[in-house]
Design a protein around this ligand. Sequence first.
Ligand SMILES: C[S@@+](CC[C@H](N)C(=O)[O-])C[C@H]1O[C@@H](n2cnc3c(N)ncnc32)[C@H](O)[C@@H]1O
Length: 446
Amino acid sequence: MDMSTPTERLDDSNQGDSMELLEFEGDIDPDFEIPYQGEILIISNDQSYLTHGLHKFPAKFFPELPRYLIKKYSRSGNTVLDPMCGSGTVILESMLNNRIGIGIDIDPMARLITKVKTTPIDPEVLTLAARNLIAQINTLDNTSDYHPQIPDFHYRDNWFRSFVLLELAIINESIASLLSKYQNEIMVQDLGDFFRVVLSSIIRDVSNADPHCTRTVLRKKVVKTIAPGDTYTKFSERLFRQCGSMSELFDISKTLDINDVRLPLGNAIETGLDCDSIDLAVTSPPYINAVDYPRTHQLEMYWLGLLGPSPLSHVKRKYIGTETVYKNEYDSLKTSGYETLDPILAKIYDKDPRRSFIVFKFFEDMRHQLEEIYRVLRPGRRYCITIGNNLIRGIEVRSDQILSEIATSEIGFELENSFFSKLIRHFIRIPRPERMLGEWILVLRK
Ligand SMILES: C[S@@+](CC[C@H](N)C(=O)[O-])C[C@H]1O[C@@H](n2cnc3c(N)ncnc32)[C@H](O)[C@@H]1O
């Protein structure tokens, strides 16, 4: 793959003094040292490369960034952990670069997407199964006295029109009916997971939810045009497109020396992994109170049967960055003992005690998280964390500085590097300042 050499230009961003902005078109050469406090801009060519584009996910990595970190800080055969792996960008890149990828996420949707993204399926088997699936959908759809089982969930009939509910249920039952004909259990699992992720990837489009909002919300002003049959058309298009991506992944997987992806159950604070067993950890934690993952994926999780009996609020409390906090938790100002954090907590508390506690809890959880990764990393190895800053009640929360203080003053990490990565959203190749976001990358060494 071609490596891009950076082009430099003066940056007028608000990240501090003017400094060189290093622009990379595609991959960054792993031998390149990004300067301390430097700024980079990756113009991504690869967001849908192989199975990277299988399913939308909030705050997904551009593959180029973890690819650079993996190549720079680990070797072939090493173990690479993402303890909050989301849709599995780091895990797929680890696999493609002959590392053992270990992905953990508390979110069942994230785990399912990561599993499917990193599990190659023989294209002959997959294409035949996909054709049979479409034939099965047609058969059930044309059976006039067939009544599929439509799952019941809160406000179901507000989220979906009745004909969409029927069509989604027919797809769901066709998947089950097709799989019942297979003998090989692994194949049943892998094909089933693949079909379910493809189904999941169209659910938001065919629901009445606002397509422009990350959270799942209904807005009176947003009236989508969805006609009978659209759900089938979208599913079929997406299915064959993803069969193509899977076929490319399968071909590449045959050329790899190592094909070892592990997705243990656990969470970022209790990974269940052995001490000193990991060569590199790379992650992007959630933003503080920015994305409510269970709510974002609630419709998909209802359809895939991934939501257990506990109320959504119980599930949400386990996520780092959660907004679900109890009133008695913020009846007084909480302090952390960190110089970079306590003044911010106090300022936010004056305006909004609840938000102040949410910020406190985020960094408390992240302290435990850093401790856990320190425990599982081999000495001398790195933890690369990507973190964005927030504005909460008008007060800037410099998460990069706060995490650096916690990691170095309390946990024992050394801050080896810290640089800012600007991101261009929406596949726009020409930088437009108003479209740019950015995150800090902290390289912590045990
Ligand atoms: C910003 S996303 C990661 C996106 C990922 N880098 C990608 O490319 O798709 C953050 C992830 O942290 C996960 N998360 C939040 N709390 C967690 C916890 N306690 N343990 C493990 N994962 C957690 C969320 O479910 C979410 O998938």
